[in-house]
Design a protein around this ligand. Sequence first.
Ligand code: S3P
Length: 178
Amino acid sequence: MRYQKIILVGFMGSGKSTVAAAVGRQLNFAVIDLDNAIAAAEGRTPAELIEQDGELSFRELEHRMLREVLRRDERAVIALGGGAWTISENRRLISEQEATLTIWLDAPFELCWKRITSTTEKRPLAPTIAAAEQLHRKRQADYALADQSVHVSENDSAEGLAEKIADFALGARASRPQ
Ligand code: S3P
């Protein structure tokens, strides 16, 4: 396995955190949820940070935490928050890091919205269906910059999606000499 970090990107509700946990189990990688890491460090959730201090301030914390987790000397699968990959400084940081594989969980808006509205987790950047849909559309081009994409539909299990991701990670090993 040539990868040290497998990074999941995608819209809110695409399943990044759940799938990251399954990938971690399958590949025996540590699992890092960037939003949880920020919440643990700051004592406030990303939603609270955005609502109380503004999105810009949250993005700075997010960038710093991303830098910190990328530096950790362990094999890890990292679930980013939905906006992290859409910021070019974060993409640059990831591309500068060796042995990273980025995967876009490409979920249709309807599925994301269904999940966004069926949890109690607050998403201040998706306050209405219209705002969320516009953001989903706007971000597609950025998400498409990931190394690989996995289409997500309602019937896909986290374990099944994780198997596809593990295949990408292991398959790359077979096709590239060490
Ligand atoms: C955000 C997504 C959230 C969280 C924050 C901002 C976004 O994470 O980081 O509310 O900009 O899409 P999830 O994608 O895990 O919901």
